[in-house]
Design a protein around this ligand. Structure first.
Ligand SMILES: [Zn+2]
Length: 468
């Protein structure tokens, strides 16, 4: 939310905040479920039962359209194809894609304007921000089609879990990164209502041991069919249920945006007496994969994009072998991302799912392992919610959050020369908004960030032992 609007929102009584949230959701609803949403939804209902050959044909037709379009309307692709003496006729199959180079985040930053289609302009196109595994922000432009297919994908994922997602649909509890409850508030309600969608939004920022009982009491009264949230946050609720000898029966838990660890899945499924339907949607919207009710892996949505798994020399690996996920969006005309390197790792499984769908299966995405931050008042903070203040700051190349002790957090930054005092103030403000004013946040500019001995990078290092 804009800071002026946020100030006003924070001063409203709870009921007023509920009304604002519901109204805002109605506006968003119109944007999400208009345009091609219905035709995508219908396609996804049918295509989930396509044969492998039908799926392949769908992808190749879409790919041919995308390549022809990109050659005609996107300067960057015209240039790289001309340099290689390629025309759209040379790229007609999925194997042909390898004739084109990998698109890295760095290349996007360097060729940002040239990657935008000449049919779209920056002022009117939808934009998204993402932070990669090393915390470096990236801006991507999206066409409306991509937004509509994204919501159609989400709709199918909910349908696989037996839940009706749309307006006035099933009761859903959402626990994600939005600051919907003022941070200084120290008494319930630590949630707000979206009456339009029949959702309750729970704050991820007030989850201290003292407050958790009120969260669970509220969930018992609200009776959601499903909780949708980050695994680490839903885990806090599940752990509290276990510690207090309680269970809360739901029909499904939907998790996404973070690595879902086995220990989290076991406890969450036990405490909520239902299955987890994990889904993975890369923030750059090039790849969407979802679990069906057989839970034999994540089905890659072939209708959404083309996914390759490559080794560190950009060569394809065999099925069953882990590699880097490189993906091509089939629906983003505003800024086509072709062979985009995601920084996430996984493997395509051998064999198909016993549910009968031919959409390929992928292992869980193994990104960085993340710790929860523990604050002095006992609140537990999921690292995913801390990614938000970094996203608009393009002058940050890499970042790392280190919690030294309960009072002190150090943010290590590798920055470009554009990084300004104002950026620093904005970052600290965004983090304080989430962690509280009494945490001392210090920025430390460094030339590089250290990796673990295995070469892995941890975005968050918490030196404080978990409080639960
Ligand atoms: Zn399946």
């Amino acid at each position: 939310m804009e800071s002026k609007f946020k100030e006003l929102y924070d001063r409203l009584p709870v009921f007023g905040q509920n009304i604002i949230l519901s109204g805002y959701s109605a506006i968003l609803d119109h944007q999400r479920y208009s345009g091609k949403f219905n035709s995508f939804k219908k396609l996804l209902e049918e295509s989930q039962y396509y044969s492998s050959e039908q799926l392949n044909n769908y992808q190749q037709n879409k790919l041919q359209d995308l390549i022809a379009y990109s050659y005609r309307h996107v300067k960057y692709y015209r240039k790289i194809m001309d340099e290689r003496n390629l025309t759209p006729d040379d790229i007609t199959t999925i194997e042909d894609l390898r004739k084109l180079p990998i698109l890295t985040k760095d290349l996007i930053n360097k060729n940002f304007t040239d990657l935008l289609s000449d049919e779209y302009d920056m002022a009117s196109v939808a934009k998204g921000h993402t932070s990669g595994t090393t915390g470096s922000p990236l801006e991507i432009c999206y066409s409306n089609d991509l937004i509509h297919i994204n919501y159609a994908m989400l709709d199918r994922q909910y349908a696989w879990a037996g839940i009706k997602l749309k307006r006035f649909g099933d009761r859903i509890a959402v626990i994600r990164g939005n600051v919907i409850v003022p941070l200084h508030q120290n008494k319930p309600p630590f949630w707000r209502h979206n009456y339009f969608h029949n959702h309750i939004l729970l704050s991820s920022f007030h989850m201290s041991q003292d407050n958790l009982a009120s969260y669970i009491d509220k969930l018992e009264r609200f009776k959601p069919k499903v909780i949708d949230g980050y695994p680490s946050t839903v885990y806090v609720l599940a752990k509290y249920l276990k510690n207090s000898g309680r269970k809360l029966k739901l029909e499904a838990v939907l998790t996404s945006s973070e690595t879902l660890f086995d220990f989290q899945r076991e406890l969450i499924e036990d405490s909520f007496q239902c299955k987890i339907f994990d889904y993975f949607g890369a923030a750059e919207r090039v790849l969407f994969s979802t679990e069906c009710d057989k839970h034999e892996g994540h089905h890659i949505a072939s209708e959404y994009g083309i996914t390759e798994v490559l080794d560190k020399n950009d060569q394809p690996v065999n099925k069953g072998q882990t590699g880097y996920l490189v993906a091509t969006s089939l629906h983003n005309r505003a800024m086509p991302l072709i062979r985009y390197m995601t920084n996430d790792m996984s493997a395509v499984k051998n064999g198909l799912c016993s549910c009968g769908r031919n959409l390929p299966l992928m292992d869980d995405v193994a990104t960085k392992a993340e710790d929860l931050l523990t604050l002095k008042d006992g609140r537990l903070i999921s690292p995913s919610v801390l990614t938000h203040p970094f996203k608009p700051l393009t002058s940050i190349i890499e970042s790392q959050i280190i919690q030294e002790d309960l009072d002190n957090i150090v943010i290590k930054l590798v920055t470009s020369s554009e990084f300004s005092q104002a950026d620093e103030v904005e970052l600290i403000h965004g983090l304080s908004e989430r962690l509280g004013k009494d945490v001392n946040i210090r920025i430390e500019k460094v030339d590089f960030l250290t990796r673990t001995t295995s070469g892995k990078f941890k975005w968050v290092i918490s030196k404080v032992a978990l409080g639960i």
